[in-house]
Write a protein that binds this ligand. Structure first.
Ligand code: VG1
Ligand code: CO
Length: 550
């Protein structure tokens, strides 16, 4: 066994998007594609920054969502890490770590950082997607400066340093050696479960299940399964079978592990049956997203964040109150109303969890959320699906109210923010870019312009100045804000792997309780028409409508 130096050539296009580098498996499996990216990452981590820190003597965390190529990639990364000065790798058993669990392990073990193998909510399997992301020592996604440095390095990488040792046994718990590097194969659930025990009243939750509270969690054949089983069934006493699709499969059993009413239609159907359980929830590929469903009632993620904020004090981990809250720009302003009523600071960040990191680290916010079925808190530095499920379970236990009753009461008090996201997938990249460029060019003329009874009060391309480190991120989404608070937002996805995906976000506020029960799409038809008028999506793409409306 020896360390080899192997010549390589840069690949174009290894720029991480909203959350890591995501490509088709067929792209990732090209010779040296993964190796190049990881070598570039290790080079950047080894190039002494301002603090002079390198990987020498340090520990990295490694694991993934178990999708196709996960196990192969783990072996490759271990051999690269061993050849690039890493002292120790904490590896989830079988190469498994959910995204929030990886964050918990990095923090708990005070690791230098971690590599998470996941394309999250993207489909898996040999024809599906693979992904890799790096999380820093705070447990959170690498910031833009670091991801950009890695991208730059991928364009220069000419040499791989890699061990030629044979594969290690990634299923055997305990210590193993690879070159100078120690590998500790760890239980993927333990550190994460310990964090959950600190935040929630497990005794109360046990009592709920003892009294017959029923729950259905759809893990969508993804990595959330083992976590949900261990915590909900084994530890909290929920009946066996509470967690369905609980075995992580390399192709997610053909499911699209994106927990929304379209892709998790089986759960939705289940929650509409006469014998539906009290509470339903689903998670995505890497278990950082969540969808919350009551009997015959789906909770909008933006509402979920608002409710969590309003009720946080009922949860032991947040009983002293919140420091503040943050939402991504396209997420509805429902949480803003709660924050205002509670006197809490409320931040608006670009899309992607990496923008919450500084606010959390600086202690300026305690809860964060995105419209894309993601909520989380300061307990880790990622969004967290099972945490959200435990949170909502606790709210039902503490108030004795159903999911639907909780949300309706919330609307009555704060008003309802009707909200939808329309995804136009697989658009030609040029068409999408031209659409956005034309919108950008049209922005200066829009303020003051009226669409029906609504007048545009703000039309811009969202730019975020991080209040902690001052870094500025521009072109984060085009938004039209109207005098009644309604919003129309356009953004291009940064996680897709085929063509471009245009996301259209629509929102309007309804204070009148008698008007809070309209079907969402119907309540937002006027705004959808405004979007079409301004952007000409249908005319430009030839699509009759969005592929997915959530
Ligand atoms: C999407 C969501 C964004 C989320 C990101 C990663 O990004 O809109 O809110 O943070 O996915 O989620 P985009 O650029 O495609 O809109 V996950 O669970 O796929 O890591
Ligand atoms: Co995810």
């Amino acid at each position: 066994m020896a360390i080899q130096t192997i010549p390589t050539q840069p690949f174009a296009g290894q720029r991480p998007g909203t959350s890591g580098l995501r490509k088709k498996v067929t792209v990732f499996t090209q010779p040296y594609y993964l190796e190049n990216f990881v070598q570039a990452l290790l080079d950047v981590l080894n190039a002494s920054g301002a603090d002079g820190q390198t990987l020498q003597g340090e520990t990295l965390v490694l694991g993934g969502d178990g999708r196709f190529y996960n196990r192969t990639a783990v072996q490759v990364i271990l051999k690269l890490a061993a050849a690039n000065g890493v002292a120790c790798v904490l590896l989830g058993q079988g190469g498994i770590l959910s995204t929030p669990a990886a964050s918990a392990v990095i923090r708990h073990r005070q690791a230098f950082g971690g590599i998470v193998l996941s394309a999250s909510h993207n489909p898996g399997g040999p024809e599906g997607d693979f992904g890799i992301k790096y999380n820093a020592g705070n447990g959170g996604p690498a910031n833009e400066a670091l991801t950009e440095a890695v991208y730059t390095r991928t364009q220069l990488v000419r040499e791989l340093r890699i061990s030629d040792a044979s594969d290690i046994d990634i299923d055997r718990l305990g210590l193993q050696q690879l070159e100078q590097m120690q590998i500790e194969v760890i239980d993927p659930v333990a550190d994460y479960a310990a964090v959950m025990r600190e935040l929630f009243d497990f005794e109360m939750l046990r009592g709920m299940f003892r009294r017959g509270f029923s729950l259905r969690v759809d893990a969508m054949n993804a990595v959330g399964g083992p976590y949900a089983r261990a915590i909900l069934e084994d530890e909290l006493g929920a009946p066996a079978g509470t967690v369905v699709n609980a075995e992580p499969l390399e192709d997610f059993g053909g499911l699209h592990p994106d927990p929304n009413p379209v892709n998790a239609d089986n759960l939705i159907a289940h929650m509409q049956r006469p014998d539906a359980p009290d509470f339903g929830a689903a998670m995505d590929g890497d278990a950082d997203r969540n969808m919350v469903v009551g009997r015959n009632f789906v909770v909008a993620p933006s509402d979920s964040l608002a409710l969590m904020t309003a009720y946080a004090r009922l949860i032991p981990g947040y009983q002293d109150g919140l420091r503040g809250v943050a939402r991504s720009m396209p997420t509805s302003a429902a949480v803003d109303r709660v924050a205002k009523a509670m006197g809490l600071p409320c931040f608006e960040t670009p899309t992607g969890w990496k923008f919450f990191g500084n606010l959390l680290d600086a202690g300026r916010v305690s809860l964060c959320g995105e419209e894309s079925y993601g909520t989380g808190s300061s307990h880790v530095r990622e969004k967290d699906g099972l945490w959200a499920i435990l949170f909502w379970l606790s709210l039902q236990g503490a108030t004795g109210r159903s999911v639907e009753a909780l949300v309706r009461e919330h609307w009555r008090v704060y008003g309802r923010n009707y909200y939808t996201r329309h995804d136009y997938e697989g658009i030609a990249v040029d068409t999408a870019n031209t659409l956005m460029a034309d919108l950008r060019a049209a922005l200066p003329a829009l303020p003051g312009h009226c669409f029906g009874y609504r007048r545009v009060v703000l039309a811009d391309d969202f730019s975020y100045a991080d209040p902690v480190d001052g870094s500025v991120s521009g072109q984060q989404g085009i938004r039209l804000v109207f005098d009644d608070g309604a919003r129309v937002i356009f953004r291009l996805s940064g996680t897709g792997t085929e063509g471009a995906t245009l996301r259209l976000y629509l929102e309007r506020y309804e204070a009148d309780v008698t008007k809070q029960d309209q079907p969402v799409q119907q309540a937002l038809t006027e705004l959808a028409a405004v979007a079409e008028q301004v952007a000409g999506i249908r005319a430009r793409t030839g699509m009759a409508g969005p592929r997915v409306a959530t």
